[in-house]
Every structure is written in C-alpha cells, then in structure tokens.
Design a protein around this ligand. Structure first.
Ligand SMILES: Nc1ncnc2c1ncn2[C@@H]1O[C@H](COP(=O)(O)OP(=O)(O)OP(=O)(O)O)[C@@H](O)[C@H]1O
Ligand SMILES: [Mg+2]
Length: 255
C-alpha cells in the first residue's frame, strides 16, 4: 500500500463505529506511514483510544475497513488476525504491569506466551529490552518500587520485547513531569529507530508531540479532520486545529 511516494503500513478506510447509540467514528480515514511516528490529537472522549484498538484488531468497525500491511483485517479468520497482531504492540494508558511479578518477569510474559525461547534466551532478550529503555537495574524490582516514569518505561520494554514493527502508545506522558516527559518522548523515538518500525502515539502534550512526530492527525467529531507533517499541522489554517493547539476557549470547537 502506498500514498504518493510514502509506504503505508496501516490504513483505516471509511470506518464507522458506534457503542450502542453513540457514534464514535463516522467515515473515518487515516493512513499510517511506514517507518514514521504519527501522533493522534483530539479532545477527551473523541475516540483516539478507539482508533488504536482498531489498528490493533481489538475492535472491528461496523462499516469500512482496516488494513494492516495491505491485509483487510476485518475479513480474515481469528487465527489470521492473531498472526497479524503478533507484530503489533499496544502500550496502554496505564502501564498495567502485574503487581506480584518483578519487572523482569513482567517483561518476559509476552515471550513466554508467544515464543519457545530458553530461559537463558528469555533473560537475555528481557535485559536487552530493559536496556533500550534504560532500566536494566530494575530487573528484580516489583512495580510498586518504581516511579511513574520508570513504570511507563517498563511497560514500553514489555511492549517491544517481541520486536513488533508497529507500536501503538496510548497517552505515554500523561501525568508525568516535564523532564520525565522529555525522557519518555526520547525513548519512543529511540525505540522506533531500534525496531526499525512504525509508531502511533496518542498525546495531549504539545511539546512531546512536536518533539517526536513526523505526522500529526487530528480527530474531531468522528473523523480525521486534519492530517499533515508536524510542521504542516503547526501552521495549519484550519481554525479547529489552531484552537486545539492554542487551548483557547474561543473558536469553532463546542465546549
Ligand atoms: N467499550 C465501550 N463501550 C461503550 N462506550 C465506550 C467504550 N469504549 C469507549 N467508549 C466511549 O467512546 C468514546 C470514545 O472513547 P475513547 O476512549 O476512544 O476516547 P479518547 O479520545 O481516547 O478519550 P480520552 O482522551 O479521554 O482517553 C467515549 O465517550 C467513551 O466513553
Ligand atoms: Mg483514550
């Protein structure tokens, strides 16, 4: 799949999705450029996490299509979809580590579930994943012993330990101080390079977004209403985008 001269790893095409009566996405279109970092912005409750769940195959649209690496994931068997999902990883808003397991054991979980590596190989792979987020020293710690930023990074290590080529991050910096936010932003950039893959990041943090995004998409009232390079979005003439970026209460966004 391509869009101009850019290769597309995932595409949401004319997707509509409702929870009961509530329509969340309506004829929503979004291309995820291969090898890039795409940030999704939008109001709280707009449906950003829903888009990540579509890309991860956890939800299917009621109309429209979701393609991953050219395959329509809505019209394949459960088993085929699981195979597509093995190369995708979703890092949740809350890092969701198991409290009773050490960081090392938490990061090892996807390897135990999806691979047949030996104990020595698991240890080496977990150490490598922890090293790429600067956390090897936390291998034997319990999650309760970690700070918020360390918990996020441990969650990233678990998300990338199976070397997915598409990593989806849901609000990775929410609730963190500006310095840790910078550290997390740099970590996402470095992980994308290490995996030689693609990242999609939901964020409300403008400095973080403009510190990492190649492309930015804005979700508003069920559809992507603006999509451009980070610079293009910054200079967007769209009044909805401008109001969102400036945080103004005055403008076309109903509040
Ligand atoms: N499983 C579900 N059943 C019913 N409603 C849901 C479900 N999941 C999400 N919603 C609703 O759909 C809307 C969009 O949810 P979503 O979590 O995608 O928004 P979001 O943009 O990620 O919001 P936030 O910025 O608060 O994380 C919300 O109003 C939410 O309450
Ligand atoms: Mg969300």
């Amino acid at each position: 799949m391509s869009n101009g001269d850019r290769k597309i790893i995932a595409r949401i095409e004319d997707a509509t999705l409702a929870f009961g009566e509530r329509v969340i996405l309506k004829n929503c279109n979004l291309d995820i450029v291969d090898g890039a970092i795409t940030c999704i912005i939008g109001l709280s409750g707009a449906g950003k996490s829903t888009i990540l769940r579509l890309l991860d195959g956890l939800l299917l649209p009621s109309a429209g299509h979701v393609y991953v690496r050219g395959r329509d994931v809505c019209h394949i068997t459960e088993e085929q979809r699981n195979r597509v999902r093995q190369k995708i990883s979703l890092s949740f808003q809350f890092s969701a580590l198991l409290d009773s397991l050490t960081v090392g054991e938490n990061v090892a979980l996807p390897l135990r579930e999806h691979t047949r590596l030996s104990e020595a190989e698991i240890r080496r792979t977990v150490m490598d994943a922890l090293d790429s987020v600067g956390l090897t020293r936390a291998f034997d710690n319990l999650p309760a012993e970690l700070s918020g930023g360390m918990l996020k990074r441990a969650g990233f290590a678990r998300a990338i330990v199976t070397r997915p080529d598409l990593v989806l991050y849901d609000e990775p910096t929410t609730g963190l101080d500006p310095i840790v936010t910078n550290l997390i932003t740099d970590t996402i950039v470095r992980l994308r390079e290490k995996l030689n893959g693609t990242a999609v990041v939901i964020s409300h943090d403008l400095s973080s977004i403009f510190g990492m995004a190649d492309y930015v998409a804005m979700l508003f009232e069920g559809a992507i209403i603006a999509y451009d390079t980070a610079q293009g979005i910054r200079n967007s003439p769209n009044p909805i985008v401008q109001q969102f970026l400036s945080g103004s209460e005055i403008g076309p966004i109903p509040i």
